[in-house]
Design a protein. Sequence first.
Lengths: 434, 321
Amino acid sequence: MSENRKSLVNLNSGLSRRSALKGLGAAAGLIAAPGFVRYGQAQSSEPIKIGFQCHRTGIGAAYGRWYDRVTAAAAKRINDAGGINGRPLEIVIEDDGTDPKRGAEVVEKFANQHKVDLVYGTLFSHVVVGSAPAAGELKIPYYVVSEGYHVASGKLNRYCVQPGITDVKSQARSMAPWIADNLGKKVTLVYPDYAFGHDHRDFFTPAIEAQGGQVVAKVPIPPTETSFTRYFPQIPRDTDVIYHVMVGPAVLTFVKEMGEFFGSGGPQLFGFIDSLEAVDIASPGLEFLEGSHFWEGMPRYAQPDQPDYVTAYRETVGIDDNGASVNDGKDISTAAHMFGCWETLNVIKAAMEACDYKGPDDRAAMIEATEAMTGMDAGPDHPQGKKLFNGKIHQVFGEQSISQVKDGKLEVVHRTSIEDGAYEPEADYTAMSF
Amino acid sequence: MTRLTPSAKTIALHVGVVLLLLALNFLLPEYHRGVFARVLVLAVFAMGYNLAFGYTGLLSLGHAMFFAAGLYGAGLTIYHLEWSVWPAFGTGLAAGAALALVVGFLALRTTGVAFMIVTLMFAQVFYLMTLYFTTYTRGEEGLVLPQASRVLEFPGGALDLSDPSTRYLVALSLFTLVLGAILFLVRAPYGRSLIAIRENEERMRMLGYDVFANKLMSMVLSGIFCAASGAAYAVLFGYVGSGFAAIQYSILPLLWVLVGGAATTLGPLIGTLFMFYVIDTASSYTTAHLLVVGLVLIGVILFFPKGITGTVRERWLPWLP
């Protein structure tokens, strides 16, 4: 090491005091300027400001890009219709890097520097969980679009709400009846060996057993794995269905290797589209998925029988019939999740109007107004479908789509009911103090 | 008026820095006060790393495990066993010390690149263990420590660690303690022997020093400081997750120390603060903020080859410790 240091010293010869001071001055200016300037501006702002915690970089960037677009479209729609309580909506975006530490810092930045009315829009569970303490301490509403069970578990705080997208427990449970009736009762779970995969394992297993089925094998895949063939022999021969929830960059390899292992005569496949959000189903190597089934929060491909408000939603957020950007057919959307941004903003609007929100003093009233919500009708504000909000656990319940890959496209073959995904609340946020 | 001796200047500077940081608690806008609280805690991590890397010459790529040992030691005992903050914090320190002792004992049999790789592998094992025991740790998703449990109790009162001002002052107290300890250490004969080991290990061995024992002690102290930072992070900010055990958090303290100045007492603070604001500012303007960070780092290497404080010491203030 000492040799390394010596070699660095030799680079040092050209530094003068003046240039060093210039550099320091510029750095100080760079550091101080934007933050303090914005802090000053925030004092006199009139619009309702929503801090959008966006995964612009990091592993969630593909989701972040589409959450951003849908948020912009939904905010424009609300503003075009007169805003919220007559005030325009302003979305302030900060990149959380899909990182829980940065997420918490961003929440503090929103609350203390941008002076937003609330924070919204987070997807990845670890960022939600990492940011939740900051939201609770700063007493700022935190409306997440994450599908994690974290909010519903009661482990966060009263300021955390998930009113625009269902959670993984509800999703996994609602798949069980259809899988048992249509694909088979003996299920092998293949899942990543960390919290996201464990949630699927823990929530789906009792659900399939309640349908008379059973999980015949559980195959956890370590998160650092890049090749999967050696795990496939663990799948019992009498398996009817492989339930897979692999995510991340390795998913293409996973599907390809599974295809090579089973050929055309393997068990039925059921997966969560999370694995393939923002990925073209027609990608090379994914041919093996033909005929298999997926959970979708909202269909990626335009369906022949979709209501007008769904068509309008798709046009407004800018996706074509294949679920890709209207500007770039290769830019595949995260359709199964991003509707949650649209619906959450509409819930925020409804809650603010219900409590006649004036400013940060009404934040607690806004949370109470959200807690008081129950049924939400399908329509332009809720294009994914009707919903039922449970104020005790701050979690919304809804219908899910089960789609089959046909000719390289996803076609909805079944729609679950809200009751399929219902479960007993395990917490009561309304009993917590603000 | 007589000129101050280097020793008096050093003491005055460090007291001045601490007093300035204390004053900032009352002067900074709310957001920046929160930033400084976080930076002070992470600067302790960097100072711990600096003891091993800067002063002893041990380029470890695995210090995330010591930070995470403190984080989980404190966090899991609070979350699962409902311990109060003091014993939980103590558990965090003990976990860091024990881990550093074991890892140091094994890894210090290697040097140079091999040492980097061995520490990296140990850290990766620790990281994967946090995922493997997801039942208890919730893996990458992590755990929220209930706000009610984050209370520092002492005879005659209690401090709510989620209060911004309290949090800042507690972070500053920890920072001051560790800064004082490091300053004392590096000026004491033991610290001098560490620097001598860094400069010429063979000569120290020839002079009769037990190089292995000295390096092991340095690793353990470094591990304790890093664990203190991790434990403080858990109780002050209320989140425990495996992301903090990932490779990124082994690289960050190296970066902070290199930018601030290796083998300087105040370099880690300056490096951590500098890097935070570069990222915070750049990410407000562009999604390519990592490109900006890279350019800034190249600039720092060109103009401050020994880090900011290290170059200041070399050029203008040779008495800086």
